[in-house]
Ligand binder design. Sequence first.
Ligand code: SF4
Ligand code: SF4
Length: 359
Amino acid sequence: MAEDKKETEKIGRCAMCADMCKYSCPTYLATGRETLSPQKMARLIVYHEKGLLEDRKDFLDLMFQSALCGACSRHCIYDDYDLRRFIHKARVKAFESGAIPEDVKKRVETFRKFGNPNGERKPIDKGAGDIGYFISCSSYKDEDLLRATEKMLSKSGLAIRRFGGGDMCCGAPLYYAGDMEGFKRASLKMKAEVDTKQVGKIVIDCPTCVKTMTETYRDMWVELDVEIMHTAQFIETLLKQGKLGIKKKKRTVTLHDPCILSYDLALSSAPREIIATLGFSLKEPVYSGDQTHCCGAAYGAKIGDHRLKDAVTSRRLNELRSTAADIYVTACPTCKSVLSEINMKYITELVAERVIAKR
Ligand code: SF4
Ligand code: SF4
């Protein structure tokens, strides 16, 4: 009860705030629509809780228009506040009452049928070893990324078990759709899968999977008994340990920091270390590191309004293009696919181009 009161006070504070964080909010910046700014969202959530809104459908649609990127919490004047928690609660209520956008509904239905948001069954299970490489539903279709991963792993000489593919998903698309029962089932299925693999560590390309399979599972009382690592951390460690031979070549690279990797997982230094070790010179867009801007599809779940998502993506593409680098790189398979117009690469692809056999 006291906890509820504290939460109500927090969102009340936000609803009355000067809203300066809106200048970091990608949906507000891309559209200039005041209702999409964090403070206005908070105000509408408070009004909705008090039963003061006439148009409930408009309100619920709006809750699916946040990218849930976390930029507002990063720039918030309060340390202990994250508006995304309240937006997520509103999505859960929307889901329970069946009032979710059509696109989101379709994704949930596909997930229920196939166990992943892509509607395919292409399980991968190969190799053996104490390190697992989970190929997420966001990376298994990316042949360039898979090829680069195989090359990098084979040069490292480590014994690795690959699993996942089109068959398994961490459940994040259900969580962010507000389907908490479905998410719980997906997390337990993943736990059972991970237990059978008997590995001590799992490396994952997708920042959303990393956050979901650690923090979000823990909130649901599901604990995976393994160390989970993002690929950028893994490669950084391999390079530091001298397990990968590198042939350096001078070119300029612009890094797009994925918001989950830099805001939520605080891992923006890992891709930078890799880029420096490969001999590239790094060009930073104006918004980078923990000030990054979202590509429009945070958590692998695009904003529930495709025109809004396209506006956010187009803004980010312009920010990146203005650096005029030779190569554009990121550390999230979803960002890579959403920003494909500038021939975005995943960080492993950059490593695979430079890796040589160790003598
Ligand atoms: S998220 Fe923080 S800074 Fe932004 S409007 Fe709310 S309280 Fe103010
Ligand atoms: S989570 Fe991102 S898109 Fe949503 S209100 Fe905050 S800054 Fe804006």
